[in-house]
Ligand binder design. Structure first.
Ligand code: AMP
Ligand code: ZN
Ligand code: FE
Ligand code: FE
Length: 295
């Protein structure tokens, strides 16, 4: 219930993802690209052909708010009306700001003597450009310059890095929650255990609930994603148990997702999914989803 396609920084098209899900025998998946719903229609159509329910979703990158301890948060919006006018207008503005931001970031790298042509980065982009697109070209064109993509991010692309750049337009958490709810969707905080820049994540979750957050992503491929790459299964269970307890205490819905991006990460579609009961609870919160008795 949390998959990226070629419309953001994933390596499979929406149609290919539905086919992977069919082969795995999954009942439902969600396409949740970064700041775009461009892949949703293709996936829904493919899903109808192969009998897989495709949940329209999006993963919004949220503006940092230092005084609230909100750093690099990702908000999932599930069961949205992906044709909602206001949502689409806002996403278009975000994409424009991302394009302009990525060009600025590339220029900083170029000024430091790194070979990274703007056109080559954008040739990898079907919808929304992200730092991974830049990283791919840098790693390919500058062998030996960085020991790994991790070093490249640490030196240049992460918050505070030499080529880190703020976007001229992005949504605060409150604005993002409002837009998702207005589009009929359910706002869910993605991977709460993965925010290494946040000091007190539980306080952040409470603050977010006060402004309308409705869910928390519990099951997640923490061991295959930053910053917990490679943690042991017991540690991973502990992270998830901690947030399950927070969700239960606060009455937030619990979701699960793979964060599948395709090649490059050893993650499979359908890993860390959610139960039918949890899915029904999510649907009950959406004003756009087909009611459970009709689905
Ligand atoms: P952007 O959408 O441009 O903000 O880029 C965000 C994406 O960059 C994330 O979804 C990650 O896939 C990747 N990313 C962010 N920080 C790092 C990092 N320190 N190391 C590797 N990948 C990262
Ligand atoms: Zn991504
Ligand atoms: Fe994310
Ligand atoms: Fe994601």
């Amino acid at each position: 219930m949390h998959i990226h396609s070629t419309c953001s920084d994933g390596s499979f098209t929406p149609r290919e993802i539905v086919e992977l899900a069919r082969i795995k025998g999954l009942k439902a998946i969600a396409i949740a690209d970064h700041d775009t719903v461009e892949g949703v229609a293709e996936a829904v159509a493919a899903g109808e052909e192969s009998g897989i329910e495709v949940v329209p979703a999006v993963e919004l990158s949220i503006e940092n708010e230092h005084e609230k301890d909100f750093f690099e948060l990702h908000l999932l919006g599930y069961l949205i009306d992906h044709q909602d006018r206001e949502l689409n207008d806002i996403l278009n503005r975000i994409v424009q700001a991302r394009i302009e931001q990525k060009i600025r970031q590339i220029k900083v790298l170029q000024d430091d003597g790194i070979d990274v042509p703007v056109e080559e980065v954008f040739s990898l982009v079907r919808g929304v450009p992200g730092r991974p697109h830049i990283a791919k070209v840098v790693m390919r064109r500058n062998p030996g310059r960085f020991a790994s993509q991790k070093e490249l991010f640490a030196e240049y692309l992460t918050v505070g890095g030499k080529a880190y750049a703020k976007r001229s337009f992005s949504l605060t958490l409150a604005e993002a929650i409002r837009v998702i709810v207005k589009a009929g969707g359910v706002p869910v905080l993605a991977h709460p255990g993965a925010y290494d820049k946040v000091k007190d994540i539980e306080a952040v979750i409470r603050r977010a609930q006060e402004i309308g957050l409705q869910g928390l992503e519990i099951a997640y491929t923490y061991n295959k994603n930053r910053p917990h790459y490679g943690i042991a299964p017991t540690e991973m269970q502990a992270v998830m148990a901690r947030f399950r307890a927070v969700a239960d205490e606060l009455g937030l819905v619990k979701t699960g997702g793979s964060d599948f991006h395709g090649e490059g990460k050893d993650i499979e579609v359908g890993e860390m999914g959610m139960s039918c009961v949890e899915f029904q609870e999510l649907k009950a919160r959406s004003s756009f989803a087909v009611p459970p008795d009709q689905s």
